[in-house]
Write a new protein. Sequence first.
Length: 53
Amino acid sequence: MKSKEELQSFIDQIASDQSPVGMDAVYVHALILDKLQNIEQRLNQLERNTKSE
């Protein structure tokens, strides 16, 4: 799992001073976005591998 510092770019994109949601929720959302990006990259690689066979 990535640290909060490694996900700071996601946190900066979704954080809001006017939101009642605390930083922990923002961190969790950043983790989810990061994991989705990893899944997308793996899926793209699998699709490339499948097309080349």
